[in-house]
Structure formats: C-alpha cells, structure tokens
Write a protein that binds this ligand. Structure first.
Ligand code: ZN
Length: 325
C-alpha cells in the first residue's frame, strides 16, 4: 500500500470513527443514560485511536533501527511459554541473533531464524538495538566487506608440500575480488590488508558497523587425509540468506573449473554473530594437489571475483523483482 493510499485509508477510518461516536452519543443522549454514555464514549474513542496508531506503526516500517536479542556465551533453551516448566521448542546457539517481539518478567519473546517462536531467559541473553540500512538496490550503492580468512599467527590450512598457507591465498583472492567489485561500482572493505590476526568479534564488528550489504568470508578447505576431497562449498547461517547463498553458488558453479559441492548451513562465528547478509566460501582444498594447482593461479581467483559479482547482480535483480523496486 502506498503512503498516499494509507493516509487516505486512515482519514476514512478516522471519519467513520468520529461519525460513529457522534451518532452513538446522540443515540445515548436520546435514551438518556448518562453514566453508560461516558464509558461507551471512551471505549469507542480508544478503538479509533488504536486503529490510528496501528496505521502509524505500519508507516514506520522504514525505521532505521531493529531490536534484536543476542544469545550469551552458552547455548540456551527456547521455551513455548515464559516458564521453565513449559515445552522445550529447540536449543539456540550461543552468539546467535534472534528477532525480538516483546518481553515479560525475565523472559524475551523471540523468533529464532524465521523458524521458531518462543521465550528465552533474559539472564543468558542480551537485547540490543542495531542500525539497519535500507537494502542495496544496485551495485552502485552496495557495500561489500571481504574477509580474507585467517592471518598472522593463524596460517589456516597448509598445502601437502608445506609451501602454501591458506592465509596468503585468501588475502590474494580478496584483493582481486576487491578490484573487480570496485570496478563495478561497489564500495569494498577488507577486514585485513596485511598478514595480521583479526579477532572473530572484530571481523563481525567491521561487517555490522559498516552496514555491509554483503559480507563474504574467504577460505580454502582441508581434510584429514591428503587428496580425499575436492571442490568448493558455499555456507550461510540464517535462513533469510539462503537465497543469496544459492545465487552466488550458482554463479561460482558456472564460473569455476573445480567441482561444486553445493550450499550448506555453516555454524561459523563470522556468519552466526553477524547481523548482515553473510556468506563463507570454501574455494577448494588446500590439501588436494589438483585443487591447489587451480586456485593458486590469478586466473582462478579472477573467476571467483566474476562469480561473486554475477551472483550479487542476480540476487539484487531477484530482490528488486520481489519488492517491486
Ligand atoms: Zn579457513
């Protein structure tokens, strides 16, 4: 509904409300019941006011803040009622962000990952008001935060011959993606530009403070035994970002020479404790010689960049179509 038609509806509602009160008063005055008149009058006025208020709060959906609840350092139980004796719906993961509805005593009434509604103890979770930017509609007003996985003391996975570190390849890949996305008009930030260790909390803060439209953490995978697995995987955590994960993964599948292992839910800190649309890409296996030979080339990393760019374009087009933007 447009704002204009909403205003019109509101005006009509108010007019109907006032007319109803006027004629009801007239009717009560005629039958001469003074006391009841006053009470009925109030409740009719309150009804009108409630209708007006609900219209106003709908208009405020464009508001720039959102109330969320973040689970503390332990996994906790989601109950069906604000009562430890009520049914257990599920367990919510430490650090996860939940949608806040309201609160009662020491309970938050929340929605978990668009799937479950219930109550969690406010003793083990924290309410926060976060800034939310309007979603990007084109690459020109898109902020992308790229996170080159690992760094500094944390080398990440190591190649079979011991000469390649994951932390170096993620940084090289991030720089190539940055150039490609900037050329397409995006604003791009890296969580690190050098061989430094960045705390996972700080990585999430960079994503949230800059209100990233897309946060992408870059990694190269590893397994217990050499050359046992090959290919790329796209991870997301929150249900609402599954469509983004699918769009980027489809595009990487088309672009990259390695096998595509699909889209999966990944319980990673940088996805879970991040309120922005976030993905984690595993772009091949460090301990697979075939994968390593492919992804250590600039050509492969450029294909990753093109894949991410095309995936983002496709996702924005889908979103614009859905919202009629
Ligand atoms: Zn990694």
């Amino acid at each position: 509904m447009s704002i204009r038609s909403r205003k019109f509806t509101l005006t009509v509602l108010l007019l109907i409300g006032f007319a109803a009160i006027f004629y009801f008063d007239l009717f009560l005055a005629i039958i001469g019941n003074g006391t009841e008149n006053a009470e009925t009058n109030t409740s009719a006025a309150q009804l009108t006011l409630t209708a007006a208020e609900s219209e106003v709060s709908e208009v405020n959906l464009d508001s720039q803040t959102l109330t969320v609840v973040q689970v503390g350092e332990e996994d906790i139980v989601l109950y069906s009622q604000p009562d430890t004796g009520s049914d257990v719906i599920t367990t919510v993961t430490h650090g996860e962000y939940l949608e806040y509805i309201d609160e009662i005593n020491s309970w938050y009434h929340v929605v978990v990952n668009d799937q479950y509604e219930g109550y969690i103890s406010s003793l083990y979770s924290e309410k926060a008001v976060i800034d939310v930017a309007a979603p990007a509609t084109s690459l020109k007003n898109t902020t992308v935060v790229l996170d080159p996985g690992h760094g500094g003391q944390d080398t990440g996975a190591i190649s079979n011959n011991g000469s390649f570190y994951e932390k170096d390849i993620t940084l090289a890949t991030a720089k190539i993606i940055k150039n490609t996305l900037e050329a397409a008009g995006c604003t791009v930030l890296l969580t690190r530009n050098t061989d430094a260790t960045i705390d996972l909390e700080d990585i999430c803060s960079i994503s949230m403070q800059n209100q990233a439209d897309f946060f992408i953490s870059l990694h190269y995978d590893s397994t217990e035994y050499m050359n046992e697995a090959s290919g790329t995987t796209t991870y997301y955590y929150y249900e609402k970002y599954e469509a983004l994960a699918e769009a980027v993964n489809d595009s990487l599948k088309y672009m990259l020479p390695l096998d595509n292992r699909g889209v999966e839910v990944g319980n990673f800190h940088v996805l879970r404790e991040n309120t922005r649309p976030a993905l984690l890409l595993e772009l091949g296996y460090m301990n697979n010689d075939y994968d390593l030979a492919a992804f250590t080339t600039e050509n492969y990393q450029q294909q990753v960049a093109e894949g991410i760019l095309d995936g983002m374009k496709e996702y924005l087009a889908q979103e614009n179509e859905e919202t009629g933007r």
